[in-house]
Every structure is written in structure tokens, then in C-alpha cells.
Ligand binder design. Structure first.
Ligand code: NDP
Ligand code: MG
Length: 386
């Protein structure tokens, strides 16, 4: 498990605990939260535990870890773990582009990847899907929308599909206008109405960048064109997306907003087993609402479709710009709507490469982060001048 201490990581351990005969944790990896990692190791007794943050590794109290767990440091050890012969399936649940190398190492070693880290596909979709094909391995989606589509597609080929509709909760700012959102604060943006998730994806849900990233993810996972992907707002987060087939049939997957279900489906695929996820109580459901997405206020949505059309370095640039802009927003250096504005500006000024290598993608990522710093400085000078 890469990213074991996060929201997905903790939900995954809940699922694993429900299937002790079937699922055994070989290794756990997180960035810096060593105390939580130590608790997880006490509970699941993995062979190895890895921290990727050197300061946390130095600080970590070895006596808190079980004697049978080896504590290691660094990204390379995480890649070794993902490729280890004792591993059957890798849960990729690191947040951000930092998750790319773990996903890559797992696929290169021919492992099945349960993919939560959508940024792997946003940054390197072409190379990642080519690699999975070359190694004859499978990427099983953990993201709830893509798990829903994956389930609806079972037994069908791409030729049967007209289009897929990704549902979005609408986030905390559903129904608000752009002028109202100009002064939205990090605290407000971090209040998600239906899902409990890590801070980065929670901000992505508020800007609807999460849906933009998911459009790109759907393109790579299911080989869909931009015209075959639509987004609709569904505030209850019960319908996790649907597939419209050529004959007019629509198949959807429904369940309460609880990530343990898509995680379990990926870990026990293709079996359906009774597990810990919350069950839907139809009596408590007053309505299922569907509304068009507000592409005008939530400009980030356009960027996802643009990346699907242009590909090349655009995914890496958009993703890195977004990550850097979120950090600046959380530090209150830029406003809420600046996140999408900044991403737009960085995408527009980047040196487009239609067929980048992995090194080229990483370079584009680094460049975009610097560009966000420059954009932020220019913006603050303009504000001061005013
Ligand atoms: P969190 O922020 O809750 O957790 C992130 C995890 O990644 C933590 O274990 C963290 O370790 C680790 N991590 C952070 N930086 C690094 C790094 N540089 N190297 C190695 N590990 C690192 O995120 P979420 O669990 O919410 O999200 C994880 C991924 O899953 C994201 O890509 C997100 O988009 C996707 N996803 C999440 C959903 C959710 O419900 N949360 C739903 C659908 C998709 P530490 O704790 O030590 O910092
Ligand atoms: Mg999702």
C-alpha cells in the first residue's frame, strides 16, 4: 500500500481487516506520519514499512514498530516494495504527481494496480496505459466514478458505448456564482458536503478540478474521446456515474458515498463479497437530483476536456499547476478562483510537446510549478499596485 496513512489508505485497511483470510498486507508506505504508520504496523504486521520523508525517518521511534517489520526510507524503497515478488496487488493511494513513480514501478513489475492516485493517469496517461498493455497487467480503478463505469462496462466492449456520464457532488460551492466565490476561504473550501477525503482532493472537489482530472482519468482508463464524456452534478453522491450504451440503455452503479466499496471491489475483483461498506437505505432517500454542471463558474472543468483533446505534456502541466496553486490557496497567497485562472495561464504559456518521454513529463511538471510561483508574484504585484 502506497499512501497507507491517507483517507484512501485508512479506508483500505478497514477493508483488509474484514478479509483476513484473503488479504494480507506485505508492506505499508507513507510520507511522514510515522506514528500512524507504527500503529498500522502493529495492527497488520507487514514485512516492511517505508517513510519517504527523511526528517520523519530520523524522528521515528523504532520501538513503536513491531520487531518483524523493517523500517526503510525513500521513494526507491517504495518502488522496490511495489515490484516485490511477494506482492500481488499494489494499492496506489499517494496524493498528487508524487504517486507516479510507485504506479510506474508496480506496472513495470507486472503487478495489478488498484489505482486511487488519478494524478498518475493525468500526468502520464499515454505512457502508463502503454506500459500496462506491454506488461499484460491490469489497472483496477478505485476512484468511485471510474469503479462505477468499470462495473457497468463488464461484459461490454468500447464499441457498445455511446458515452459515459461522470457524476459530481458539486462540492461545497454548488449553486454559487463566480463573484460570490472570489473571496471563498480555505476553511469554506475544505467543507465537503458528502465525502471525507484528504485536503488536496477536497479542494479539487470545490473547484471541480477533481472532475476535470476524472475526465482525463476516464479517457485513459476506458479509451473514450472527449465527446464521449459528460459531467453532471448529483448532490446526493449515490449514483457514482453511468454508461449510456448504443441501444439507449443506461447502466449505473449506486451506493452510499463510502470509498470502502470501490476499494473492496478493486481488491477482490471480480468477486462480490459482503464487506464493511455502508448499505443504502432506500427509505432514507428523499430524492436523487441531477443538475447540469456550471462550466461558467467552475472554469476548471474546461481544462480537463482540453487535456483529453491535446494530450502530450498538457496533463503533466495542468496537474502540477493545480497542485502548486492549491498550496498557494491554502497559504492564502491567492484566491479560490485564482486556482483555475493560474492553471489556465500556465497551460497557455507552456512549451507543448505532443509525445513526451517520462523525463519530459517530469520536466514539464517542474516547469509548471515554477510558473505558478511566477504567476503568484505577478498577481500580488498587480494587487499591490491597485
Ligand atoms: P490524503 O492526503 O488523505 O493521503 C495521502 C497519502 O499519501 C498519505 O498516506 C501521505 O502520507 C502519502 N503521501 C503524501 N505525499 C507523499 C509523497 N511525496 N510520497 C509518498 N507518499 C506521500 O489523500 P487521499 O487518501 O484523500 O487521496 C489519495 C489519492 O486518492 C489521491 O490521488 C486522490 O485524488 C485519490 N482519491 C481519493 C479519494 C478519497 O475519498 N479520499 C476518492 C477518490 C480518489 P502522510 O500521511 O505521511 O503525509
Ligand atoms: Mg471520484
Amino acid at each position: 500500500m502506497l499512501g497507507c496513512t491517507g483517507s484512501i489508505g485508512q479506508n483500505t485497511l478497514d477493508v483488509i481487516a474484514a478479509f483476513p483470510e484473503r488479504l494480507v498486507v506485505d508492506g505499508l508506505c507513507c510520507h511522514s506520519r510515522w506514528q500512524l504508520l507504527a500503529e498500522q504496523c502493529q495492527r497488520f504486521q507487514p514485512r516492511v514499512a517505508i517513510l519517504t520523508d527523511p526528517a520523519a525517518f530520523t524522528e521515528a521511534d523504532r520501538s513503536r514498530f513491531p520487531a518483524g517489520t523493517e523500517l526503510l526510507l525513500g521513494d526507491e524503497r517504495a518502488c522496490d516494495l511495489a515490484a516485490s515478488p511477494s506482492v500481488d496487488i499494489v494499492l496506489a493511494a499517494v496524493v498528487g504527481a508524487a504517486g507516479l513513480h510507485g504506479t510506474w514501478a508496480a506496472l513495470e513489475a507486472g503487478k495489478t494496480v488498484a489505482l486511487a492516485n488519478k494524478e498518475s493517469l493525468v500526468v502520464g496517461g499515454q505512457l502508463i496505459t502503454d506500459l500496462a498493455k506491454r506488461r499484460g497487467t491490469t489497472i483496477l480503478p478505485v476512484d468511485s466514478e471510474h469503479s462505477a463505469i468499470f462495473q457497468a462496462l463488464c461484459g461490454h466492449t468500447a464499441a457498445d458505448v455511446d458515452r459515459v456520464v461522470l457524476t459530481a457532488s458539486g462540492g461545497p460551492f454548488r449553486g454559487r456564482s463566480a463573484p460570490e466565490l472570489e473571496s471563498a476561504t480555505p476553511t469554506e473550501a475544505l467543507q465537503h458536503p458528502t465525502w471525507r477525503m484528504g485536503p488536496k482532493i477536497t479542494i479539487d472537489s470545490a473547484t471541480l478540478m477533481n472532475k476535470a482530472l476524472e475526465v482525463i482519468e476516464a479517457h485513459w482508463l476506458f479509451d473514450l474521446t472527449a465527446e464521449q464524456i459528460a459531467v453532471i452534478v448529483h448532490p446526493e453522491s449515490i449514483v457514482h456515474s453511468f454508461v449510456e450504451f448504443r441501444d439507449g440503455s443506461i447502466l449505473a452503479q449506486l451506493s452510499p458515498p463510502d470509498m470502502r466499496l470501490p476499494i473492496q471491489y478493486a481488491l477482490t475483483y471480480p468477486e462480490r463479497l459482503p464487506g464493511p461498506a455502508t448499505r443504502l437505505d432506500w427509505r432514507s432517500l428523499a430524492a436523487l437530483r441531477f443538475e447540469p454542471a456550471d462550466h461558467e463558474t467552475f472554469q476548471a472543468l474546461h481544462l480537463g476536456f482540453e487535456v483529453v483533446r491535446r494530450k502530450g505534456t498538457t496533463g503533466a502541466v495542468l496537474n502540477a499547476a493545480n497542485e502548486a496553486a492549491i498550496t498557494r490557496f491554502l497559504n492564502e497567497e491567492i484566491g479560490f478562483l485564482d486556482i483555475a485562472r493560474c492553471c489556465r495561464a500556465v497551460l497557455d504559456s507552456h512549451d507543448y510537446d505532443p509525445a513526451p518521454t517520462l523525463a519530459g513529463l517530469l520536466a514539464a511538471d517542474g516547469w509548471a510549478r515554477q510558473e505558478v510561483a511566477r504567476w503568484t508574484r505577478t498577481r500580488s504585484q498587480m494587487t499591490t499596485a491597485r
